[in-house]
Design a protein around this ligand. Structure first.
Ligand SMILES: [Zn+2]
Length: 314
């Protein structure tokens, strides 16, 4: 793959079947940028999104040899209900809504507009025909334009969420040597809620809400980002079973679902009585559960259970 830098802002690449493609140079590329990462470019593809075309390079890079272990402390992280992330050191990582009030209002108006345009188009169809986006049929130009506008606003939100996620995971990987997170098994959770018509899932609405928020925060992607960022800094990410972490008092170990009331955790063991931020309590439990890790990345050797093969101390 012939990648050339034309000037400070532009590069050019020869793509099979397409020819020469110019692109805005935004990142150091291995094997091209002098003093950039060591490695090589193994592929490229063009991607169209709501903002236009992008080029994505697939690269192989060598991680620089690490001379010393990460000096930072360990931390447990809970994907909070009331905050985006709660840490076992008592801090939180939060963010503003991805869209401003004005942008949300704009999106709402566009969605109403698209519904109106769909309805106009549906007139003249046989009665009882389901309305909605006509499958496999061309949509009107006006409707297509509205869809494109909706797509742009959603893409703005997505880009801001990804940006926050990158900044936050970089900061966490810089700060902590061992990051302990819940093993949420997200694809399973998303699938399990719906059930079938004969056997509908239980608490569908609640789970759907939970799934939406999981997808919204894109927790799984955040964990993946932390895994490679930690590995590059001599740290590691460990996943632990999530069961009970939000219902158990981190101080005395007493487990009671009633102890958690929204944002607040109040231990129901009369001998303990600890009370505080529920998500922080969960984060501390998660950090303590590192001994029962189900998977890890980095130089940690982790077995299926703590009894058989305890992880080496951080
Ligand atoms: Zn307690």
């Amino acid at each position: 793959m012939q990648v050339q830098r034309i000037n400070r802002r532009w590069g050019e690449v020869n793509l099979p079947k397409i020819g020469r493609v110019r692109f805005r140079w935004t990142k150091d590329l291995p094997g091209v940028t002098r003093g950039g990462p060591q490695g090589r470019i193994t592929g490229a593809r063009l991607v169209k999104n709501a903002f236009g075309w992008s080029i994505v390079f697939r690269t192989e890079t060598l991680l620089p040899a690490l001379r010393q272990a990460h000096p930072g402390p360990a931390v447990g992280i809970d994907r909070g209900v009331t905050v985006a992330l709660a840490l076992s050191d008592g801090t939180t990582r939060e963010h503003q809504p991805w869209l401003s009030r004005g942008e949300r209002e704009h999106l709402r108006r566009l969605e109403k507009k698209s519904a109106r345009q769909r309805a106009t188009r549906a007139q003249g169809r046989p009665q009882g025909r389901p309305q909605g986006r006509p499958q496999g049929r061309p949509v009107s130009h006006r409707l297509a334009r509205t869809y494109a506008q909706i797509g742009r606003v959603r893409a703005i939100a997505k880009r801001r969420a990804l940006d926050w996620q990158h900044q936050t995971t970089t900061e966490l990987a810089d700060t902590f040597s061992l990051i302990v997170v819940e093993d949420l098994k997200i694809p399973g959770m998303v699938r399990s809620a719906k059930g079938t018509i004969e056997a509908p899932g239980r608490n569908v609405a609640q789970k759907a809400g939970l799934n939406r928020s999981i997808s919204g925060e894109a927790w799984g992607r955040g964990v993946t980002l932390m895994e490679y960022k930690s590995a590059g800094r001599g740290g590691k990410v460990v996943k632990v079973p999530a069961a009970g972490t939000s219902q158990t008092c981190h101080r005395c170990g007493h487990r009671d679902p009633a102890a958690r009331q929204g944002i607040r955790f109040a231990c129901t063991d009369p001998g303990c009585g600890w009370a505080g931020h529920a998500d922080i309590n969960a984060a501390i439990n998660i950090e303590h559960a590192a001994g029962t890790a189900v998977s890890g990345r980095g130089d940690l050797t982790v077995g299926r259970s703590a009894k058989r093969q305890p992880p080496h101390a951080a």
